[in-house]
Design a protein around this ligand. Sequence first.
Ligand SMILES: [Zn+2]
Length: 480
Amino acid sequence: MANWTTGSSRPKNHLADYTLLLHLLGHWNLDPKPLLNNYMMMKVVRKMVSILDQRFQDAEQRFFEVMYGTKKSCTPRWKLCVSDTDSALGFALGALFVKASFAEDSKAIAEDMVAEIKRAFEDSLQYVGWMDPETKEAAKEKADAIYNMIGYPKFIMEPKELDKVFNDFEVVSDHYFQNVMQYYNFSGRVTADQLRKAPNRDQWSMTPPTVNAYYNPTKNEMVLPAGILQAPFYNRAWPKALNFGGIGVVMGHELTHAFDDQGREYDKDGNLRSWWRNSSVEAFKKQTECMVEQYSNYSVNQEPLNGKHTLGENIADNGGLKAAYKAYENWVQKNGEEAVLPALGMTNHQLFFVGFAQVWCSVRTPESSHEGVITDPHSPSRFRVIGTVSNSHEFSKHFNCKVDSPMNPRKKCELCEGGDAWCDVITYDVGLPIGAGVRRCFPNLSVLPDCWRRQQRHVERSVLSWSKMTLNPPAADGKH
Ligand SMILES: [Zn+2]
């Protein structure tokens, strides 16, 4: 599956991984037996260490420092407890989360937004000069057939249905390690049980509180859990410009995955079948070479990105931004310009891009950045922003970026043809010296990005006063 942030992003073919591993070992003239044995043991140890006592936690802490430049002990206990509960009982926890924080109409609002983004995406197909008419028609059919799963699966709100799901999971009070082991067994049985059975439409691969989204090509479905339908991606009281720039781009991103270098190999029913004409396949590959080169020219701590490895996600980022922007333009055309936020001195079109960029404001240690560059199919946050807006004519137009300024290169990579203070500020160039508290958790980090302080707080304050002025206050139950 292709997801929005980290983690595995494709359907797993473990046999292929295993065969490749054996092939590599043979290539290096290494004896695979002890190596595979050590690898398996390492996997078991890594999985068990965090559920064992302090001696193991201490050892893991040293490992974390070397691997990621962070200290595990800096994660507050409540966060570990919530994340462990989410791993094992995520759908039961999800019912509580949804009741507490997911407004009833959020699902309908999100569905409308997806429909608008789909429409914008389908409209843009007509401008794709290199794609033949038949493939375009099939692409439209595939986009229409994408199944949307938004918020949470229905069964979690039915206690009896929920009980059925966890029926075979035995939990013993006061035995943490044993419970986790029983969960692994339970989860293994559930997975094995699905072998050779018809796919289940209502099976979600992410729990409701998860702040992420995914597209699954084998089911042609797009999933947006309740967790991502909140700030900084979405808030019902926010201007539409921020919502389209935030969750709108996520929706466009997942939708585009259906047509990226891997998603395009699956048809509208999720079968691995080529439905593109050969001429369009060749043209697609040629078009995407531009993006491979563009992203390979970016680097983090002098380490270049792998433009080939990140191609699918980069295609999705670029397509997502384009579709969401077009959908916002359509919305404005239909509903008229919305009020401008006070004190920011920004147009709503600029706000769209700021909303998009803010989502990616993040901090990362050099060790973790290195790990991301070699393993993550997504580009680092900074380049998910710079890469996409550099390809956007609309971004340069609205921020008046001079041609050949850092964010407005003359050469733009597009799959659908079709001074500059802000052009620098929107990136995370500026660093802040870090305080002692942060240094304790990130021993090897020297600066923090300033974007939250400078943009987020500014925008949020402004949004707050704007919503107070123009909208009804949030519902008394705190849902918003
Ligand atoms: Zn993705």
